[in-house]
Design a protein around this ligand. Structure first.
Ligand SMILES: [Zn+2]
Ligand SMILES: [Zn+2]
Ligand SMILES: [Zn+2]
Length: 240
């Protein structure tokens, strides 16, 4: 956290230095990005992201969308536009906030990202990967998580609606918001995230979007042995 000198913020363990939450799925024939936050460029460089065929947005808070412009490098590399998916509110909000991309002036002086923004309507296939949207709550705002085979990603989640639980059936690994130990109005606490894992009977739970309350070296003391904090660069094998 900017300006903080606590043990986690000054830790020498690189896993305690966290960029904004995002994931990238890579199969033999496709690359899928979930969110493009302000750290996207750094993440693409450090994690050697080499392909983005589609971007799925969870919601439009600044920490999840303000790296949008850097997607244009993938237009140059792949020589085509990139499909982006968002729910109804997020789609309208992105068109408004990134009007220079989605409604450009004819005389805009530089090369813009070429993005085709689609409204989510059920599951989407990208290459051989099926992407299942998961409607979830972020405080009072409805947002999206996503399921890929037996893996589900739910960042910025505070509650899971009744209708979404069946969509999570059979999930074996979840990467889920666990902001801090105490409750928060728009994010799950560590205990709330673990309770989701217990209800689903997952084999593995990874926490994401953690605040500096969570020390990667001591967090295991507060977690069952199937749950751990994730870290930047963590790789998870998926079964699509
Ligand atoms: Zn701190
Ligand atoms: Zn958010
Ligand atoms: Zn966030």
């Amino acid at each position: 956290m900017i300006g903080c000198t606590c043990a986690v913020c000054t830790s020498s363990d690189p896993r305690n230095r966290r960029l904004r939450s995002s994931i990238w799925i890579r199969s033999a024939d496709a690359g899928i990005l979930v969110d493009a936050g302000p750290d996207f460029r750094t993440q693409a460089l450090t994690q050697r992201i080499d392909r983005v065929d589609a971007v799925f947005f969870t919601h439009t808070h600044a920490d999840h969308v303000h790296g949008m412009d850097d997607l244009r490098m993938f237009n140059f590399l792949q020589r085509r536009s990139i499909a982006c998916y968002a729910d109804e509110y997020a789609e309208a909000n992105l068109r408004d906030r990134f009007a220079y991309i989605f409604n450009p002036r004819k005389d805009y002086p530089s090369t813009l990202p070429q993005l085709q923004l689609h409204r989510l309507d059920g599951s989407v296939s990208v290459g051989n990967i099926a992407v299942q949207p998961l409607p979830i709550w972020h405080g009072r705002e409805p947002i999206m998580g996503y399921r890929f085979g037996d893996f589900a990603y739910m960042t910025d989640v505070s509650a899971i609606p009744d209708a979404t639980w069946p969509l999570l059936e059979g999930v074996r690994t979840i990467l889920i918001d666990g902001l801090r130990f105490s409750p928060h109005p728009t994010h799950m606490s560590v205990d709330e995230a673990v309770a989701v894992g217990e209800r689903l009977g997952v084999e593995r739970l990874w926490l994401t979007h953690m605040s500096h309350q969570i020390d990667i070296q001591t967090a295991h003391q507060f977690l069952p042995d199937w749950a751990r904090p994730a870290w930047d660069g963590l790789r998870i094998a998926l079964n699509p």
